[in-house]
Design a protein around this ligand. Structure first.
Ligand code: SF4
Ligand code: SF4
Length: 364
């Protein structure tokens, strides 16, 4: 099942209150850099309510002392829980930690990734605001076992979450800044090749929610659930929900957002990477977002206007225009000289395309 942007710039203008949403996001997140503004793809939906939809079993948690935790116990508990990365990659967290433990790098750095610059996601910022004390405890558990030299919490929000020994780093709200390689380059100035793993360089990047769930696991109140974003795109509003992997996406969305008339349901990693909901689809690990939406008319066949916008907006510097031109003539043409393997499938080119071309379809 192929995921694609379910919004483009043209359609984003039709969102109710879109100007206000984008203005507010710019005010809150950008740091005055023209470069950031030039490439800015800010929030497209606003948080409708702070109230969490769904129930989470963590409220009676009494925190265990970090000094009582051993490395093997941490790994064992995480392995038994079956916890996978909360960024949607489905990778087992205990394997990532095991790889980090084996690193020979002398400088060991933890980056807690709370950036969430995806224009449709709201839950990381919500977690940071509403579950900060448990994230802090989760960091303390990891520090006890993994003895980092430096711990950085990265987020795009203006509120600073400094707590010794955590250094708070506000990063530009430029999508896709939350992607691991971009984040490491932004914060540490370290470039990693595609296929090169951060742990090999002594860098452990953990999603904010993963750290939160580690805290719950250690305190015996992990329930297998997680936070996701639910939205009604045309209404420009969304909220945060707590779901289990066996929950029906459609049922949860109906209950949390009401049932709008004549719109379709989409689900995926975010507004830039989603697919039309399949029958009885559930919240499996890669689903972080579900929404009512009216997909814009994007097709691979629309004639290119040769404006070059896609090239200017591509964070990987790929010559997207050339690829579009070649593949529209021959869908099987060899495009290897343009290094399509560098594509991180962020959907930015499709979002900005002035001809509403589904560029992702031509690159894949
Ligand atoms: S070519 Fe790939 S990396 Fe570049 S903007 Fe398009 S989807 Fe993103
Ligand atoms: S943004 Fe769209 S119309 Fe413009 S050059 Fe790229 S593919 Fe062509």
């Amino acid at each position: 099942m192929e995921d694609y942007p379910i919004i483009n710039k043209k359609a984003a203008k039709q969102i109710i209150g879109s100007k206000t949403i984008r203005k507010e996001a710019k005010r809150r997140y950008h740091k005055g850099s023209r470069k950031v503004l030039k490439n800015y793809l800010g929030k497209l939906i606003a948080l409708e309510t702070e109230e969490l939809f769904g129930e989470e079993t963590d409220q009676v948690m009494s925190c265990r002392e970090p000094s009582t935790l051993t490395g093997s116990e941490l790994l064992c508990l995480i392995k038994e829980s079956g916890l996978t990365g909360m960024s949607g990659n489905g990778y087992p967290v205990h394997k990532k930690l095991e790889a980090f433990i084996k690193t020979k790098s002398k400088n060991r750095i933890l980056i807690v990734n709370g950036v969430e610059c995806e224009p449709g996601l709201l839950h990381d910022e919500w977690i940071l605001k509403n579950r900060w004390s448990k994230i802090r405890t989760g960091i303390a558990y990891m520090q006890q076992v993994l003895a980092f030299d430096k711990i950085i919490l990265a987020s795009k929000t203006e509120k600073e979450y400094h707590t010794d020994p955590v250094i708070y780093e506000q990063v530009p709200a430029r999508y896709p800044m939350g992607e691991e390689h971009f984040l490491i380059k932004q914060i540490l100035g370290v470039s990693l090749e595609k296929g090169e793993y951060p742990v090999d360089k002594g860098i452990l990047v953990m999603n904010l929610q993963t750290v939160y769930q580690i805290c719950k696991i250690i305190n015996g109140c992990y329930d297998g659930g997680r936070f996701v974003t639910l939205a009604s795109i045309q209404q420009g509003k969304g909220r945060v929900a707590y779901v289990k992997s066996t929950d029906s996406i459609e049922r949860i969305l109906n209950k949390a957002m009401g049932i709008p008339k004549a719109t379709e349901v989409y689900a995926g990693g975010g507004i830039m990477n989603a697919h039309k909901l399949q029958k009885e689809e559930q919240f499996e690990a890669k689903i972080m977002f579900a929404a009512y939406a009216k997909k814009p008319e994007i097709t691979a066949e629309n004639p290119c206007k040769h404006c070059g916008k896609c090239v200017r907006k591509c964070p990987q510097g790929i010559d997207v225009r050339k690829i579009v031109s070649i593949r529209q003539k021959d869908s099987n043409a060899d495009i290897s000289i343009y290094q399509p393997e560098q594509c991180i499938h962020c959907g930015t080119c499709t979002y900005f395309c002035r001809a509403s071309i589904n560029i992702g379809e031509l690159i894949s």
